[in-house]
Design a protein around this ligand. Structure first.
Ligand SMILES: NC(=O)C1=CN([C@@H]2O[C@H](COP(=O)(O)OP(=O)(O)OC[C@H]3O[C@@H](n4cnc5c(N)ncnc54)[C@H](OP(=O)(O)O)[C@@H]3O)[C@@H](O)[C@H]2O)C=CC1
Ligand SMILES: O=CCCC(=O)O
Length: 385
């Protein structure tokens, strides 16, 4: 990487970024040679008004921005063995609160890896499949937290995350020093900070750890954890995160994990709304949307999400992996995050309106790809005008 005046030159195959697994420093790997040079250079874009131009980077950050750890186990691809974890780590008692689409397979992977897992869910019947795999049951979050060393929570939204952590018979009542609480739910930073304060008032440690990845990655132990909070708890929970996920980022102070997750999901929600518009437009102008999906899959805007969800969207089928109501919640929270720093986000705001319409049509429990039905309704209404 070189800086030439205003130009920031990257040789993508020559320099690859890797991240040390033992420290939080970003490492530049210069081992791969290439002649390709890509430039992000303000002087190459004189038509862009100065105040919109990208400011040149003056140097690499002097402080690490985050640390990334790839999966630290030598688990086989099916998740059958986890021999890199010591008996000591796996002997910790682990609690799991919230057994929805995500929580159930995550807890199941912990049980299958040999962990001692105690579960609780508001709707008790959802515990049954896990109990038959060997999990223990407690009747409240408080009882789970008091019987476990680390308690994970995977709840629907800020309200339920607060209630389960801080409410009557909430986890905080069962916590004490030496214990830890890891909240995996997607919530906003202020909510996460408030939960953190409650948890830490008990002497226990707190980590926020929302995930990227949906139902299938949860089943396959391939989630991406976006963690922030007490570093000692991050280290203690790492073997369990590695059972449930393929990588983990440690992002510093509580709120940073939540913010990262909301930014990712803001982009995702806008992408899906835009993809829906494209599928419907292609059909309207006489193209085969299935061919559009194939064309996209071969080009620069290819994304697993389009290839995986596109074929069922074309058939107006939306089998739920990520509920639409949660995507709308994330857009709402992301817009709040943007507002807190006075950043305009008109694209996300427009996408959010589509999800709100879809929700009002009773599609909240369908997959978020059902936003296409809101786009379709608008298109049909416009055709009638
Ligand atoms: N599905 C996905 O692809 C992904 C989801 N997420 C996020 O993970 C979280 C969980 O998602 P997911 O598993 O899909 O959601 P689900 O709707 O399937 O599960 C939600 C869970 O929260 C519980 N819950 C809801 N309200 C309350 C309440 N008031 N008190 C106690 N428990 C409550 C539900 O209990 P009950 O069974 O009784 O209803 C259930 O266990 C959300 O924050 C979501 O945004 C993150 C990444 C991917
Ligand atoms: O919050 C949901 C994220 C879904 C995904 O990352 O595929």
């Amino acid at each position: 990487m070189a800086l030439f005046g205003n130009c920031f030159l990257l040789k993508p195959n020559f320099l690859s970024l890797t991240f040390s697994s033992s420290s939080s420093f970003v490492v530049l790997n210069t081992s791969k040679a290439s002649t390709t040079t890509m430039s992000l250079c303000t002087t190459f874009a004189p038509q862009i008004p100065a105040h919109f131009r990208r400011r040149p980077f003056s140097s690499l950050p002097s402080k690490p921005l985050f640390s990334l750890h790839p999966k630290a186990s030598n688990a086989d691809p099916k998740g059958a063995t986890f021999s890199s974890f010591s008996a000591n780590e796996l002997s910790l008692h682990v609690g799991f609160l919230g057994l929805g689409i995500m929580g159930s397979p995550m807890a199941q992977n912990l049980i299958k890896a040999g962990c001692d897992v105690t579960v609780w869910n508001r709707t008790k019947s959802k515990c049954d499949p896990l109990l038959s795999l060997g999990a223990k049951y407690k009747a409240s979050p408080e009882e789970v937290a008091s019987s476990c060393d680390i308690t994970f929570a995977m709840l629907a939204d800020p309200e339920s995350a607060v209630d389960v952590a801080c409410g009557k018979h909430g986890a905080a009542n069962g916590l004490s020093p030496e214990k830890g609480y890891v909240d995996i739910s997607t919530v906003d930073g202020p909510t996460s900070k408030s939960i953190s304060r409650h948890i830490k008032a008990t002497g226990a440690l707190f980590l926020e750890a929302p995930v990227s990845g949906s139902k299938k990655p949860a089943e396959d132990g391939q989630l991406i954890f976006l963690t922030a909070g007490d570093r000692p708890l991050y280290e203690k929970a790492a073997p369990f995160l590695d059972i449930m996920g393929k990588s983990r980022f440690y992002l510093g102070e509580v709120g940073n994990g939540a913010a990262m997750k909301l930014v990712v999901n803001m982009i995702m929600g806008s992408m899906m709304a835009s993809f829906s518009e494209g599928l419907l437009l292609s059909e309207k102008v006489g193209l085969d949307p299935s061919v559009l999906i194939e064309v996209i899959s071969q080009g620069a805007i290819s994304a697993p999400m389009f290839s995986m969800k596109g074929p069922s969207m074309v058939q107006a089928l939306y089998p739920t992996a990520f509920p639409l109501k949660h995507q709308q919640k994330d857009l709402r929270l992301a817009l709040g995050l943007a507002e807190s720093v006075s950043q305009p986000t008109p694209i996300a705001a427009a996408a959010n309106e589509q999800y709100k319409v879809a929700k009002s049509h009773g599609l909240g429990d369908k997959d978020f790809s059902a936003v296409m039905e809101a786009v379709r309704t608008k298109m049909e209404a416009a055709a009638e005008d």
